[in-house]
Write a protein of this length. Sequence first.
Length: 220
Amino acid sequence: MKLSDLKNTIPPKISKVLENTVKTLRPAQEKAIKAGLFEDKNLLVCTPTASGKTLIAELAAIKHITSNEGKVIYIVPLKALASEKFREFKKRYSNFFRIALSIGDRDSTDSYLTDYDIIICTAEKLDSLIRHHTPWLKYVNLVVIDEIHLLNDPGRGPTLEILITILRQILKNMQLLGLSATIGNPQELADWLGASLIEDTWRPVKLHKGIYLDGEIEFS
């Protein structure tokens, strides 16, 4: 599937920007679209690193915002990663969308975010915003959770699990996208999320496995 095939979903001006780096969609991206990415279906995408998971989220975000369906929240596990995503999204989409980074004071409602389309934050920050009854949350229609396998992390897992549970209760029409390269029980997690599971083994660089001993590598 080519990016140009999405002309009925992606506005021409945005498509032109994407085509600078994307011509043909990768297998996971095509699978996600066929599984209902643009029909607001919940998806759990479990594919190798660099297989194109972030673009899946970007395509869904473009569809939601340009169709005036609501705001997008992009959740990442670390402040450093949030800052990195913010820079990437600003570089690509600043001419089309209002993009905000929210990783600071946890005792604030960040009411100014009412004016933004895409909000990038950590799970802990979003949890705080919910507890402080932030007024713009009701306008959120798409939630992306990057590195969703951290549900199994002893430190961050409980917060993320409670956060997902609360979001599903207060945002009845929310589309949820979970992204990860490493999930031990993907189908079980997909069932809990009420999501379709997208799996694929394609990666941009072939992975070779071997054993290193005495200066030599024996590949299997």
